[in-house]
Design a binder for this molecule. Structure first.
Ligand code: KG4
Ligand code: ZN
Length: 338
């Protein structure tokens, strides 16, 4: 019988219906981008309230899309970590309520593990064991994954996440929110060598990342010190594209170098990559070249499963196979967990 999966960790309200063999029967994602745009970032209180309004219609749409009734479900799964407290609460309370009403078992999903599981969903062969790179708005983390559910944290960002840096650069260039897709689009027309931005921690051993120095370097290349309001800064389209291309090149170089290092140091022939920034075409291309050069297997999450969605919640099937269910005491684990 199918399962229902819910996702509300940040600013996307999503539900999916997945069959026992992993087929997507129905799904729905309600994005909140327009709500947060005028603030230039996700406002937690606004996000939580929007989830409350949307979660039931989103669940209804996914079930209708699948032609499945609540009573026909096998289990209800929900991302309970990590994320914004108010956002997580809405999904978890909805899942618990439906589990009681429909008398179904509950499954708790780790959102970061789910981002990587999107790669397994795109592959006909097992992708685990592997090195996993999660690059999203909240995380830039490398893991040694022995299974979809057994992940050892190798290292990650000590300040901004890669997606956050993309969004901040987009904001400095007045490109709207979230800036990632816009920066990536403009970068395609720019010169990646126009600015020599720093590649922080590139040479440092281990798997730590840092993007705040890069962000600051971009900031000073756009406007002189003292300027606080970037809406007054006038740059030509080409100048903006050059900033985007140079910034993107710096992020991509570090992400690829550390991922290749993890693959080599762990003598692991597989790399999987998930999260919103994995939708970046330059990153996808650079990872592909690195995989050919260093001869490892690479699976990047399909474009439609990079940013937040409930389909990747199919990882719940792995938990069900292990008999790992959550109780109705399930609570959220907020914050930037590893
Ligand atoms: O995984 P996700 O939807 O949410 C989190 O779990 O954080 O990732 C969202 C992030 C945002 O920072 C967004 O700007 C970034 O992914 N992103 C991109 C691209 N598409 C989305 N960053 C760079 N290039 C893209 N094409
Ligand atoms: Zn995410």
């Amino acid at each position: 019988m199918p399962i229902l999966t819910l996702e509300s960790t940040c600013d996307e309200t999503a539900a999916a219906v997945i069959s026992a063999d992993g087929q997507v029967l129905g799904q729905c994602v309600a994005t909140q981008e327009t709500l947060h745009e005028r603030f230039g970032g996700v406002v937690p209180e606004v996000a939580a309230r929007a989830h409350v309004e949307r979660i039931l219609p989103v669940i209804d749409t996914a079930l209708t899309d699948a032609g499945v009734r609540g009573a026909e479900l096998d289990a209800i799964a929900v991302a309970d970590r990590p994320g914004l407290a108010g956002s997580l609460l809405v999904g978890v309370v909805a899942a618990k309520t439906l589990a009681v009403a429909w008398k179904k078992p509950l499954v708790a999903i780790n959102h970061l593990h789910a981002h990587l599981y999107a790669c397994q969903m795109a592959s006909d062969v097992p992708v685990y064991p592997c090195i996993g790179l999660v690059v999203s708005g909240g995380h830039t983390s490398l893991y040694h994954c022995t299974s979809p559910l057994d992940l050892d944290y190798l290292g990650g960002t000590i300040d901004d996440a890669a997606g956050e840096a993309f969004d901040k650069v987009g904001a400095m260039l007045n490109l709207g929110f979230p800036g990632g897709p816009q920066v990536s689009r403009l970068a395609a027309q720019g010169n990646p060598k126009a600015h020599a931005y720093p590649r922080s921690m590139l040479k440092e051993p281990g798997y730590r990342f840092s993007f705040s120095g890069l962000k600051t370097a971009v900031r000073y290349s756009i406007a002189p010190p003292g300027v606080k309001d970037f809406s007054d800064i006038e740059l030509s389209d080409q100048a903006k594209a050059d900033v985007c291309a140079s910034f993107q090149a710096a992020v991509v170089e570090v992400l690829v170098a550390k991922s290749v290092r993890a693959v080599k140091e762990h003598r692991c022939g597989h790399l999987i990559v998930g999260g919103g920034v994995a939708a970046n075409p330059a990153l996808r291309e650079a990872l592909q070249s690195a995989a050919e050069k260093h001869r490892f297997d690479l699976v990047i999450a399909p474009m439609n499963l990079c940013t937040d969605n409930a389909v990747m919640g199919a990882i719940a099937l792995e938990k069900i196979r292990r008999g790992e269910f959550a109780s109705l005491d399930l609570d959220i684990t907020a914050g930037l967990q590893r």
